[in-house]
Structure formats: structure tokens, C-alpha cells
Design a protein around this ligand. Structure first.
Ligand SMILES: N[C@@H](CCSC[C@H]1O[C@@H](n2cnc3c(=O)[nH]cnc32)[C@H](O)[C@@H]1O)C(=O)O
Ligand SMILES: [Zn+2]
Length: 438
């Protein structure tokens, strides 16, 4: 496999706010990071002439781990802008679910390919997806060169539930660990208000057999908290604990309305939070108490949610908003810093997905998922503080080069793995058919 050197850039390993190396070096071998840090401290071997087959000149660029999107429904890019400005339940029940009833496998392939294209161009190298027709979603991830944790969304009861859980088993057997390890799976019971406790217990049993984590929506809206209280006399966190789900690593999307006791339950269970600030603001859900979650010891990552709710697969808006919201909510601009926000989008996200041994920082042995942000662009100049530039000034178009698993998948802002024009044309065509059929 190719050996690559990235030279001259400002290397941010995301192992700490002081790990900033101007004119730093990253060496990649067999898809892994062999070295990342100051050029002069690199092993002589990688600095020897002829070590690398390829050198990427990165002067003026910020070199950092690829961003990790901890909660999305990738193929929902097909429904971007289809129904906005509504309440969650009304949006799901009257707009989204009727259209999703007509979804086909090919829709999901091209939708997910578009989501991968948009994500990779923006520097998002990994995403955590909950949707259906997941074998087709996985093919799109494999073909575009992205990395993803993919889960078959499980919803309903009776035969509906059984067939979806069977689907999740088929998908797990076919795809877990495939595409050179770039595709992993979890189990995704949609939410405690759409999957009842007996079914949640069955999902917990399956998770034990598969040895995978759980991806679930938790306390996104106040309506949902009230509904669960009336129906079960419990909170969402009590429900998932009692159903045995928290015996497995749980990625809770949103987690906007926990009680103090919920935070203790989730922290004790090793739960993790996928914070989706754009989606939450757009649906007027409130602001997730991220500082309190962190204080409780719960890892926090950032997520976009589906593009039908939050409209973009880029995580740069979430990075900025996460910082702004926590400052405003706490009344203290120091409470959540630029570094905290970039950390949540990289190392924090990797931790949330249980991938901290593979990705999230630039450290020897990790898979080489990294991005080059062109800090010479007008809106990013000058670079007094690289974390400030990344948290408050960077936009998707500033990402120049993207590597996943040591492979250059975006070069000079263009996808190298597939024809981007074909992806956008096919996705637009499938979106038209889908909405037309509703
Ligand atoms: N509808 C699928 C299974 C669920 S996949 C995950 C589901 O989450 C839905 N979804 C998207 N965004 C949100 C959100 O913000 N909150 C709750 N559900 C959402 C999405 O429309 C999709 O139906 C089936 O028929 O088998
Ligand atoms: Zn969601």
C-alpha cells in the first residue's frame, strides 16, 4: 500500500490544545498513521529520501483528523428542503413517513452516495447512520470511500418489528467489518416512543449476540418526555435501562431533555451523546445541556441529523453553533471553547462511536482519516489560532484534501472515487420520482 507524506502544514493531532505543530509532518503507511507531529522529531526512516511514493505539500493548510458525524439519516438528503418549518411529530407523520413508504433500494443507494459526496467534500470522513435499505447504503459508502457506522432503523411492533430486526441481522452478517473495515454496524431502535419496552428488550438481546452498540433517538422534544411519562410513568433513560439496552454502548441522539437522575443513569451505563444543535434549533426542541453531560462524564460528539431536518451533511455549522449555544446558555464565553468544539467533532465523535482506537486523533497506529483545510483563503486569514479558524471561520468549501484509510478520496476539492456529477444527477432524479410518487 502507498506511503504518503504530508509536509509543511500546521498539524493538529487533537490530542490536546497544545498539540499544534507548524511545519509539521504526517507519515502514512498501509492506511495507518505512522507518524504525526513536529518534522524534526519524526523517525529518520520516514524522513529518508524515497520513503514515500507520494508527498502532499500542505504549506498554509491545517491538517487535522477527519470530522465525525455522530447522528444522521444519510439518504434523507433526497428530502432536503421537502418539508421544513414544522413540529417533529407532524413532520414525521404527515410528510416524511408517507414519502419514505415509497423509498426503493436504488433511492437509498444514490441518496447515500450524495450524502457521502457532500460529507467528504466538507471533510466529514465518518458518519453514524440510521436508515433502511442499509445494504444499499453500505454499497454507497464502499464505492465513495467514506467510513460509516450503519444501522437498520427498527420501528413498530409485531410482524413489522420482527421483519425489521431480521433485516438488521441480515445486514449485520453481510456488512459488519466490510469495505476494508470502513463499514461497521449497530442496532438502531428508532426511539422509546416508537418501539415499546418488550421490543426494546429483544433488541438488547440481539445486541448481546452481535456484540454491537445501540443507536437511538432520546429525549429530543418535551412532547416526547410527556408522552413517555403518561404511557409508562418513566423517562426515556429509565425505559432503556430497564429494557437492558444500557448494558451495551448506547449512542443517544439529541438528549435535550434529561433529568439529573437520567444523566446519572446514562453516565453509569457508559452512554454517549450525539449533539445535533442545528436540528434541535430548527425544530425548536431546546438546547441540549452539553456542559452538564460532559460534567457527568458522558462523551459528547456532534451530529447533523438527516438533511431533511438540518439540511446539510457538513459539520462546520454544528461546530460553530455548539460553541455559541453553550456560551450563551451558560452565560460564560469560556464554558465551551473553540478547541472544545473541534474536539467534539473529531476525537469526541470517535469516542461516541466507540472508534477511539481507530480514528479521531492523528496518532501512530490509527487509520489515516484526515483533512487539509486551506487556511490561505480570505475568510480564514490570518491564522492567529488554528482552533479559532476551524471553530468560527471554516466552511465546507475550505476543505481541500481528504484521506480516508490512507486513500486520497478528495483532491483539490474533487471526489476521486466516483463521478460527482453522476451522483448529483442520479440523486436529483431519484428525489423527483420519490416525491412525485407520494
Ligand atoms: N421508517 C423505517 C425505519 C426507521 S429509519 C429512521 C427513521 O428516523 C426518522 N427521522 C429522521 N429525523 C428524525 C428526527 O429528528 N427524530 C426522529 N426521527 C427522525 C426517519 O424519517 C426514518 O424514518 C421503516 O419503514 O422501516
Ligand atoms: Zn435523527
Amino acid at each position: 500500500m502507498e506511503r504518503i507524506l504530508i509536509t509543511g502544514g500546521t498539524v493538529l493531532t487533537m490530542t490536546g490544545p497544545d498539540a499544534v505543530y507548524e511545519g509539521g509532518l504526517v507519515a502514512i503507511e498501509d492506511g495507518r498513521i505512522a507518524y504525526a507531529g513536529p518534522a524534526q522529531a519524526a523517525p529518520a526512516e520516514v524522513r529518508a529520501p524515497g520513503w514515500a511514493q507520494r508527498t502532499i505539500e500542505a504549506t498554509g493548510r491545517l491538517v487535522l483528523p477527519g470530522l465525525v458525524n455522530t447522528h444522521t439519516h444519510a439518504a434523507m438528503v433526497l428530502l432536503r428542503g421537502y418539508a421544513d418549518d414544522m413540529r417533529l411529530m407532524e413532520w414525521l407523520e404527515t410528510k416524511i413517513w408517507p414519502v419514505e413508504a415509497n423509498l426503493t433500494a436504488e433511492d437509498v443507494y444514490w441518496g447515500t452516495a450524495l450524502a457521502c459526496l457532500e460529507s467528504l467534500l466538507a471533510g466529514v470522513t465518518t458518519f453514524n447512520d440510521m436508515y433502511f435499505f442499509m445494504a444499499d447504503a453500505a454499497r454507497a459508502v464502499a464505492d465513495t470511500g467514506a467510513r460509516a457506522v450503519l444501522s437498520r432503523g427498527i420501528i413498530g411492533s409485531g410482524e413489522d418489528f420482527r421483519s425489521r430486526l431480521a433485516d438488521a441481522w441480515d445486514f449485520y452478517r453481510a456488512w459488519h467489518g466490510k469495505a476494508d473495515g470502513r463499514v461497521l454496524t449497530m442496532l438502531a431502535p428508532h426511539a422509546p416512543y416508537t418501539v415499546a419496552p418488550p421490543e426494546l428488550e429483544k433488541v438488547a438481546e440481539a445486541a448481546a449476540e452481535m456484540g454491537v452498540g445501540i443507536h437511538i433517538h432520546l429525549v429530543e422534544t418535551r412532547d416526547e418526555v410527556e408522552l413517555l411519562r403518561q404511557r409508562y410513568g418513566k423517562t426515556a433513560f429509565e425505559i432503556i435501562r430497564d429494557a437492558g439496552l444500557t448494558r451495551h454502548p448506547v449512542v443517544g441522539a439529541h438528549c435535550v431533555h434529561p433529568t439529573d437522575a437520567d444523566m446519572e443513569i446514562f453516565a453509569a451505563a457508559g452512554g454517549r451523546v450525539a449533539h445535533c444543535p442545528v436540528s434541535n434549533l430548527k425544530l425548536a426542541c431546546g438546547v441540549a445541556p452539553i456542559l452538564a453531560w460532559r460534567r457527568a462524564g458522558v462523551p459528547v460528539g456532534l451530529g447533523t441529523d438527516g438533511a431533511a431536518s438540518a439540511n446539510q451533511m457538513s459539520l462546520w455549522g454544528e461546530i460553530r453553533l455548539a460553541a455559541l449555544l453553550q456560551k450563551n446558555a451558560s452565560g460564560d464565553p469560556r464554558a465551551f471553547t473553540a478547541y472544545d468544539a473541534v474536539h467534539a467533532a473529531t476525537a469526541g465523535g470517535a469516542r461516541v462511536l466507540g472508534l477511539e482506537d481507530r480514528i479521531g486523533t492523528l496518532e501512530p497506529g490509527k487509520r489515516a482519516d484526515l483533512i487539509l483545510v486551506d487556511a490561505r483563503r480570505p475568510g480564514l486569514t490570518p491564522v492567529h489560532d488554528p482552533f479559532s479558524i476551524l471553530a468560527y471561520s471554516t466552511n465546507p468549501g475550505d476543505v481541500e484534501t481528504v484521506l480516508v484509510d490512507g486513500r486520497v478520496v478528495v483532491e483539490d476539492r474533487r471526489l476521486t472515487t466516483m463521478d460527482a456529477a453522476e451522483i448529483t444527477a442520479k440523486a436529483a432524479e431519484h428525489a423527483r420520482r420519490l416525491v412525485g410518487a407520494a
